[in-house]
Design a protein around this ligand. Structure first.
Ligand SMILES: Cc1ncc(COP(=O)(O)O)c(C=O)c1O
Length: 436
């Protein structure tokens, strides 16, 4: 049996376990924009945890709502039973979503939201009598969580290579990160034509076999890859033309990251389904949700009313405590004007991040809303090492950043102010200046 402080038993996710356990980095508290480390240091949260604590830490409304819910109704069965808050939250989500997105299916994570959306897409076509539409189309460098559907439509080699055959019947479009767009502020000019690759895939596989296309409106986890101007509109037009569903994976772009409720509202393109998680509950209690159009939902609402329409769901779908956290989170976003804050601060954020141009190893900088990335030239023969060293140095300097490959990704809580932006980029400048 392990001693209480033995680190051995916990097999940590997406972590270099042996390296971490030799030199652990532990947070023991958090408030507002800052974490506190086990050795009592304050660390500015430059990543909203894992892109999820959009309302900052220790948000009193959320904490109180969760505590209250725990004493009122801790759990209710999710199948053939309900509780009011899950319905209330669904209504609030639908109010925030673009017109036409009218229904919510709860999950417990972004990965589960993705699996759910893919399954709904296939089952929807079948319900409409088009059961041959089973193929799924993702995109290179896409991240859609870690379950089998998600890694199959996802486009990150290391997340796929150890896991066998994955799902059959998946195609990938090319990613949109092209050299013409380096050091672009906001949405890049070049690359809308990359959406036409979908036509090539359709020509090859035939639309009658294709269920859905899934993309992140802005790819976060692979290093903040922004959609070129016109790209998402073109994807929408092509999918519509061929009767293919368009799914936006909004697990990062949902809940204000770009300065609007969703990527769909920010970019003005309405998909057929949206997957969400993370900022839905401010990361406090696990919860995800698929938001779906009335057309999709209604296709299932046929036949005998006593029959279950969709054989899918989770023990914790719409869990009462998660629902309470979600409601308090959405109220916080609204009452504190956090999406507006993100929008107002975006130009200052943009200037601050682009001021890093010219620092050692910096080969690209990109930004939108309150998200950004600084791409570093890899160390020769040692990809990822340079950015990871920046992560360690920043942590020592009191700043939490996230790295993916040799890209530094930044996505702070939306409660931040200009002072926090100055602090973040002041520290990051020092780190970059001293990096090998
Ligand atoms: C776009 C996207 N989809 C899905 C996921 C998976 O979410 P989770 O880690 O909650 O399963 C993530 C997580 O980063 C994400 O960014």
């Amino acid at each position: 049996m392990g001693a209480p402080n033995d680190l051995n038993a916990f097999w940590m996710p997406f972590t270099a376990n042996r390296q971490f356990k030799k030199n652990p980095r532990m947070f023991v508290a958090a408030d507002g924009m800052y974490y506190t480390t086990a050795d009592g240091r304050k660390v500015l949260d430059g990543t909203a945890g894992l892109w999820c604590c959009n309302a900052g830490h220790n948000q009193p409304r959320i904490t109180e709502a969760v505590s209250k819910q725990l004493t009122e109704l801790d759990y209710a069965p999710a199948f053939q039973m309900g509780h009011p808050k899950a319905f209330e939250l669904a209504n609030r989500l639908v109010d925030m979503a673009p017109d036409g997105i009218d229904h919510v299916f709860y999950t417990n994570s972004g990965s589960e939201a993705v699996e759910t959306a893919l399954k709904i897409a296939i089952a929807y076509h079948r319900a409409k009598g088009e059961g041959t539409r089973t193929r799924l189309i993702g995109r290179e460098r896409g991240y859609h969580g870690v379950n089998f559907g998600g890694i199959s439509v996802g486009g990150i080699g290391p997340n796929r290579k150890a896991f066998g055959n994955l799902l059959a019947g998946v195609d990938h479009m090319p990613h949109t990160h092209i050299p013409e767009n380096v050091f672009t502020r906001g949405q890049p000019e070049h690359g809308a034509y990359l959406a036409d690759e979908l036509e090539r895939i359709v020509a090859l596989g035939d639309a009658s076999n294709i269920a859905a296309v899934i993309v992140e409106p802005m790819a976060g986890s692979t290093g903040v890859l922004l959609p070129p101007k016109g790209y998402l509109d073109r994807l929408r037009a092509i999918t519509k033309k061929h009767g293919i569903l368009l799914i936006f994976d909004e697990v990062i772009t949902g809940f204000g990251r770009l300065g609007s409720a969703f990527g769909a509202t920010h970019y003005g393109v309405t998909p057929d389904m949206m997957t969400t998680a993370k900022g839905l509950t401010n990361g406090v209690i696990p919860m995800g949700a698929v938001l779906a159009s009335a057309e999709i939902h209604d296709a299932f609402m046929q036949g005998d009313e006593g029959m279950i329409e969709l054989f899918h769901g989770y023990t914790y779908s719409g869990n009462p405590v998660a629902s309470a956290a979600g409601l308090a989170t959405l109220s916080t976003y609204q009452e504190d004007g956090l999406f507006e804050n993100a929008r107002d601060l975006a130009p200052y954020w943009e200037d601050a991040i682009h001021a890093l141009k010219g620092l050692p190893h910096v080969i690209d900088i990109r930004n939108e809303g309150l998200i950004g990335a600084v791409e570093l030239a890899p160390m020769s023969g040692k990809p990822t090492k340079r950015a990871f060293q920046a992560f360690l140095d920043a942590y020592d300097d009191g700043l939490l950043i996230r790295t993916t490959g040799d890209i530094i990704a930044l996505s702070p809580p939306l409660i931040m102010d200009k002072g926090h932006i100055d602090e973040l980029f002041g520290k990051l400048t020092d780190v970059l200046k001293n990096l090998d």
